[in-house]
Design a protein around this ligand. Structure first.
Ligand SMILES: [Mn+2]
Length: 436
């Protein structure tokens, strides 16, 4: 039996806006929180000690973390290396560099030849000798179109067709790895992917790359004794046989993770019966206080009551309140700030209730016979702030409506790599245009 620790989605260096400067260390307190969470994971791996550590991808918010952040992560993983605990670092979408292949932020470990560290930046099977015997780990990093397909192969294809083609290629490539597995040795699939049956988390707001969903059945293969996932920030068990789990992120990246438990998994892998235990981490609480003051007779005391009721000590707090324009003078911000002083950090986010509905352009009216391009043209003609982009938007919209995937954009957008454009968003725009 192999005991392993499975963690994922560290995102070290993100969410600084929710922290403050620690005058004693000169560091943002949220960086310190993320370091503390990772340190606890590594402490546990060493204390057990586990035979293997699997990291499911997304080490940093992007592939070029500042040296300080890069070092903070390396310092923790090097403790595993020093203890002789094999570690697999999988490349997530946030670790990939837009230019070139491979995980720029993680491949440094391979370049330096850090002992017992394996970098999973392609679909590959690694045979790893642990102190409790050998194990096979198939790494499946975040896939993009360029990982499995060349540009000419996808020319003239719609996004849906490209996704189909990608899945076909993946099916064949994964089958190749599976057939080469030794059935007498425990086998694990470590994948950074959006599995179609997962419940979404913050990752859907964070991902800028073009990704695609993988059907669960493609990964839930009986040859695997455990399927270790990364990418979705919410802890969830997707499948029991084989056991397939997203451990989620180890710290809260933003408010969308307010209610989620954060932690890592301790997994006992065997050919007969794999068991996993979710171990929660004592991460910093996030607290949303939401109050509608528009009907309140005494907005200030109503707001103060709501804050007093919430457990804000050491929490990252946001206070969202709606009020009428005539109530603005009745809210004393400095008094609120005094009450919120026990919070780790806080933001006050007042929203004025609109007195009138937003007016539509009369030209757009309710005339449903207007074609999408004319509608977009009318809209742009009324938006002086978009005049620089108007021509490019019209060209792009026309191409999208014609279902063309290659869009010739004007020179001012030439520094944008088309592969980085989230064409799903563009497609969505096209759909909305059709609905105008
Ligand atoms: Mn991800």
């Amino acid at each position: 039996m192999i005991t392993l620790l499975h963690l994922s989605d560290i995102h070290m260096g993100s969410g600084f806006a929710h922290g403050r400067l620690n005058p004693e260390t000169g560091l943002n307190t949220r960086l310190e929180d993320f370091i503390a969470a990772l340190t606890r994971c590594i402490d546990r791996a060493l204390a057990e000690p586990v035979d293997l550590v699997l990291f499911g991808g997304d080490a940093f918010p992007d592939a070029t973390p500042p040296p300080l952040v890069q070092q903070a992560l390396a310092r923790q993983f090097c403790r595993l290396s020093a203890a002789g605990i094999p570690t697999v670092l999988l490349v997530g979408n946030h670790d990939q560099h837009a230019q070139g292949l491979g995980g720029a932020s993680l491949s440094i470990y391979r370049t330096l030849g850090v002992p017992d560290v394996v970098v999973g930046d392609r679909l590959e099977t690694h045979r790893i000798d642990t102190r409790n015997g050998p194990v096979q780990v198939v790494t499946l990093p975040w896939l993009t179109k360029s990982t499995l397909l060349t540009r000419p192969e996808t020319e003239g294809f719609s996004m849906a067709q490209v996704n189909e083609l990608l899945l076909d290629r993946l099916r064949v490539a994964l089958e190749g790895e599976i057939r080469r597995l030794d059935p007498t040795i425990p086998a694990i699939l470590l994948a950074h992917a959006m599995v179609d049956t997962a419940t979404y988390g913050a990752e859907r707001f964070l991902a800028t790359g073009r990704g695609f969903n993988i059907p669960m059945a493609m990964l839930a293969r009986p040859c695997f004794d455990y399927v270790a996932l990364g990418h979705v920030h919410r802890y969830q068990v997707l499948c029991e046989q084989p056991l397939m789990i997203y451990p989620g992120s180890i710290e809260r990246v933003d408010f969308s993770e307010e209610a989620e438990a954060k932690g890592y998994l301790l997994v006992q892998v065997s050919k007969e019966n794999t068991q996993a235990e979710f171990c929660s981490l004592p991460v910093r609480p996030f607290k949303t206080i939401q109050v509608n003051l528009t009907e309140a007779e005494h907005p200030q005391s109503r707001l103060e009551q709501a804050i007093a009721k919430a457990d804000i000590t050491d929490a990252v707090v946001r206070c969202l309140y709606t009020l009428r324009t005539d109530q603005v003078d009745q809210v004393d911000q400095s008094a609120l700030e005094a009450i919120l002083a026990d919070a780790h950090t806080y933001t006050l986010q007042p929203e004025l209730k609109a007195q009138t509905n937003r007016s539509r352009l009369p030209e757009l009216g309710t005339d449903s016979t207007l074609d999408p391009l004319s509608a977009l043209g009318t809209y742009l003609a009324n938006r002086d702030d978009l005049s620089d982009l108007a021509e490019a938007m019209m060209t792009a919209a026309a191409a999208l409506i014609a279902d063309e995937t290659e869009v010739d954009l004007p020179p001012e957008t030439a520094d944008i790599d088309l592969d980085d454009l989230d064409s799903l968003v563009l497609e969505e725009t096209a759909h909305q245009l059709r609905l105008l």
